[in-house]
Design a protein around this ligand. Structure first.
Ligand SMILES: Cc1ncc(COP(=O)(O)O)c(C=O)c1O
Ligand SMILES: N[C@H](C=O)CCC(=O)O
Length: 424
């Protein structure tokens, strides 16, 4: 079977042939048949070093032994009960142990479900309507946050999705990321703010780091105005430190969402926060949230195993990934500079992105101004050479614990060729 044949088949039965827009690239995506460690293999038996890593989920690499063992063990005991389990309490205690801002946590299935619940909680708590989000931040594919969002929707130039209601999006106020004056002005002009949601490190417009005081000022202003601050840690939770970006920056949010690296590749997400807010969830409170698959025993077993593995490895894991990232991005920067290619590299922890522009990339506008055609050229050369990064400059390159120095050296050689293709 070939990728091209599978794509023509899939297009007949799946819209655009893919189950999430970001998976499509021209002329057609490759179809994966298996993965292991740092690698993917497509149906034509081509091997790729994977730097998409489930858009950040696979912090520990594909088919990590500890997680596969835990899941296999659970498979022999059942796949769905729809009753509470002891394992759900164990997982919640582990999450709370890693995130001191969280008193209680509810398990859901996806990042989007977690942010939808977080926003509903903020509205239920404050009895107010409007939320503030930041340009380019992506919080899932639901109406209140699909407004000037990043990821695939930035790529498609969709500011507000068709089919979304104006009545919903008009209650979402959008502020420029890293612009605290814009934020303060919006707070001063609107007395009806129910909550503020932010990616503490913006990983959906490429990688954009919060400027020095941005998150601290956000925390201070939201506290002064009694507005719940939601940290969307769907990407950063467990990836930048065992306690996410909030541990990394030493800031406590009121509500936190997490997914991805929480389970290293299984379908689970969580929304947690201060007791007085999270206890508003039904059935004890009047903020309704529900799901058949919530607390799915397979995903819960994967998440318990992931957190335990992360907590056991701790400094060894994070310092290795940081060292690899620094070495890699320094070499990449030198290469692009030697070739006189205008570029910026943003990096932190185990994430980076290169932008083809001579201006620092600090927000939605500056990310959008980077040359996406050059990025596509680079992507295609990398792919030919067996390196798979997410196919858009609005995504991020993710390192995993499975990458070896040898993988990184091969990848640097591929970037060398890819940058030359950009230059020509
Ligand atoms: C920061 C952030 N929040 C929320 C989401 C939505 O998560 P999901 O795709 O699991 O709905 C994503 C990614 O998709 C994300 O990167
Ligand atoms: N950028 C998104 C997640 O972080 C990409 C995942 C998706 O939408 O399929």
């Amino acid at each position: 079977m070939t990728n091209s044949k599978l794509f023509s088949d899939s297009k007949k039965v799946i819209p655009s042939g893919v189950n999430s827009p970001v998976r499509y690239f021209e002329p057609y995506p490759f179809f994966t048949k298996k993965s292991n460690g740092a690698y993917l293999w497509d149906v034509e038996n081509k091997k790729y070093i994977d730097f998409c890593n489930g858009y950040g989920a696979l912090l520990l690499g594909h088919r990590r032994k500890e997680i596969i063992n835990a899941v296999s063990n659970q498979l022999s005991k059942g796949t769905l009960y729809c009753t509470p389990t002891e394992a759900e309490t164990e997982l919640s205690k582990l999450i709370i142990g890693n995130f001191p801002s969280i008193d209680k946590v509810r398990l859901v299935n996806t990042g989007g479900e977690a942010t939808m619940t977080a926003i509903r909680l903020a509205r239920g708590f404050t009895k107010k309507k409007k939320i503030i989000k930041f340009e380019g931040c992506y919080h899932g594919a639901h109406d209140s946050v699909l407004v000037k969002a990043g990821s695939g929707s930035a790529h498609n130039g969709i500011s507000v999705s068709e089919g979304g209601l104006d009545e919903v999006s008009k209650n979402t106020l959008v502020v420029q990321y890293n612009n605290i004056e814009d934020f303060q002005k919006t707070i001063n002009q609107n007395k009806d703010i129910a909550g503020v949601i932010v990616e503490p490190i913006l990983a959906n417009m490429g990688l954009i780091l919060p400027e020095k005081n941005f998150l601290y000022d956000l925390r201070k202003i939201t506290k002064e105005n009694n507005i719940p601050l939601i940290f969307d840690e769907v990407v950063t939770g467990f990836r930048v430190s065992p306690g996410g970006a909030q541990e990394h920056f030493g800031i406590k949010s009121d509500i936190t969402t997490m997914a991805k690296a929480l389970s290293n590749g299984f379908t689970i997400a969580a929304v947690g926060g201060r007791k007085e807010i999270i206890d508003l969830l039904s059935p004890g409170g009047k903020v309704y949230q529900a799901s058949t698959f919530a607390g799915n025993p397979i995903s819960v077993s994967a998440a318990i195993s992931s957190i335990k593995t992360i907590n056991k490895l701790k400094n060894k894991l994070y310092s290795k990934l940081e060292r690899f990232n620094l070495l890699f991005t320094t070499a990449l920067d030198d290469m692009a500079t030697d070739m006189h290619i205008a570029h910026q590299i943003n990096f932190t922890a185990s994430m980076f992105q290169i932008f083809f522009t001579n201006k620092p990339v600090i927000n939605y506008e500056t990310s959008k101004k980077a040359d996406s055609k050059k990025f596509q050229k680079m992507f295609r050369t990398l792919l030919k050479k067996g390196i798979f990064i997410a196919p858009s400059q609005f995504e991020v390159v993710f390192l995993s614990d499975a990458h070896t120095e040898n993988d990184l050296n091969k990848t640097l050689d591929a970037y060398d060729a890819a940058l030359k293709s950009v230059k020509n």
